[in-house]
Write a protein that binds this ligand. Structure first.
Ligand code: ZN
Length: 453
């Protein structure tokens, strides 16, 4: 006890309150920040960069001033948890029970993908960061919040985990000491989705707000949501009237489940015909977790789980009458199930491909949506590119983030003295900064920066 007090005292002398940005600063990817409050070092998230490989994808952690006492994980997307097996069990990490269940599937899958990539094309730049066994060990060591969502750390530091919307299990962290309070949002949705309600911060008044800006360059996304749902239904009805099917490329975590819930709503309210809905692989596994945690609050239409993705099965599915296929990956990454189905649909004038999430400009999905008719797009490795002849390629926005108006309104209502903008592309970060009052100190850190709080 005496020893701990002395340690805390020494820490206080050594380092004042600050935030170090190890990743997701000036960009999106590899979310990881070290928050030092009252001598306590708290690691906020621990993700990898989705567009990089091997060691390049890791956050640039620097524990030269001392190892973190605690880690807090906001949610189970890989850009927030992907580097966890490299830091557990040295650091005790806390998250929600739902995020722990999802992390088990996400990290195992990440280990398998890294290994497969390396075996397919051995390259020292993409040596697997961890094995399936490391992933299991990391998840086992994850501690979970009690029902109250509170945690008391040494140095009179209190953590409150608050609902963040976004995806199942996601939390923001309100961290208080006797002299300073900090809100770290993680990824947030400030409007209700069917599967997850909006973020709810009650009446907190943080001194410092560290906020994500994924959609900082966009507006009216939330307002357009109902309009988008009805437009989605109209376009589906157009295909169903011709006995054709639709492929919606979806992310396994969050988007697959929300699209299932949207389709369930459209079928139950008679807005579209009751057709079969197919899901696959990771999307199906994570849907089972959603069902477990959401129980009867969110009854879903019972989807078909497709495990055989051979061409004969996919052709049979397409020819068996109208159907909605919610297949991963969301951006038609080469050789994934959605890319295999798209390869059948793209050169035909039958069926449709409806994108329902973000598309990175470098992915096949972006090219399928934006390239002109007649252009050729690589959907499968080692095969000739596929010609785009299909007129039914559409895009809808069902986001699980917040647009710039919502982000700025949130900052204004919280009324902090300092705002730190993270997790956004340059334009999005600058956009939000320009909209925040000049009275509030607003900082956009770069990777490696240390900010005094
Ligand atoms: Zn996320």
């Amino acid at each position: 006890m005496t020893c701990q007090c002395r340690d805390d005292h020494l820490n206080n002398i050594m380092e004042s309150d600050n935030l170090k940005a190890f990743g997701s600063a000036g960009e999106i990817g590899a979310s990881c920040f070290l928050l030092t409050l009252n001598g306590q070092k708290i690691l906020l998230d621990c993700g990898i960069h989705p567009k990089k490989e091997g060691y390049e994808s890791l956050p640039q952690v620097d524990f030269s001033q001392g190892k973190p006492n605690t880690g807090l994980i906001t949610h189970a997307h890989l850009d927030h948890i992907g580097a966890l097996p490299l830091l557990t069990p040295q650091i005790p990490f806390f998250t929600t029970k739902a995020s722990k269940s999802i992390a088990k599937i996400m990290l195992k899958n990440s280990a398998n993908i890294q290994m497969k990539k390396y075996l397919d094309q051995p390259d020292e730049n993409c040596i697997p960061l961890f094995s399936e066994k490391d992933a299991r060990r990391a998840v086992r060591s994850l501690r979970t919040f009690s029902r109250s969502g509170t945690l008391q750390l040494r140095g009179k530091v209190f953590v409150n985990a608050l609902p963040a919307g976004h995806i199942l299990g996601a939390r923001s962290f309100f961290i208080q000491t006797p002299t300073l309070s900090v809100l770290y949002t993680g990824d947030i949705s400030l409007t209700d989705q069917i599967t997850v309600k909006a973020a709810d911060y009650g009446n907190i008044q943080p001194d410092i707000v560290i906020i994500e800006c994924t959609l900082g360059a966009e507006e009216n996304i939330a307002v357009q949501r109902n309009e988008q749902v009805m437009n989605f239904a109209d376009q589906i009805n157009y295909l169903f009237a011709r006995r054709e099917s639709v492929l919606c490329p979806t992310f396994a975590l969050g988007k697959t489940q929300e699209m299932l819930a949207i389709c369930d709503y459209l079928i139950n309210s008679g807005k579209i015909k009751p057709v079969p809905i197919a899901i696959n692989g990771m999307g199906a596994k994570i849907t089972r977790i959603y069902r477990t945690y959401l129980k009867n609050r969110m009854p879903y239409y019972n989807p078909i789980e497709v495990s055989d993705l051979s061409y004969s099965t996919l052709n049979q599915l397409l020819e068996s009458g109208p159907m909605i296929m919610l297949f991963t990956s969301g951006m038609l990454i080469e050789d994934t199930p959605s890319a295999r189905v798209a390869e059948q649909i793209l050169p035909s004038t039958k069926h449709g491909i409806f994108f329902v999430g973000y598309l990175d400009p470098e992915t096949p999905g972006y090219k399928v949506l934006h390239n002109p008719m007649g252009s050729k797009i690589q959907l499968l490795k080692n095969k000739i590119p596929t010609e785009k002849l299909n007129p039914n390629i559409k895009s809808f926005r069902f986001t699980s983030h917040s647009d710039k108006t919502h982000l700025v309104n949130l900052v204004e209502s919280l009324n902090p003295s300092k705002v730190i903008l993270i997790h956004g592309e340059k334009a999005a970060l600058e956009n939000v900064k320009n909209l925040i009052s000049n009275q509030v100190e607003t900082i956009i850190p770069k990777r490696g920066d240390q900010i005094s709080l």
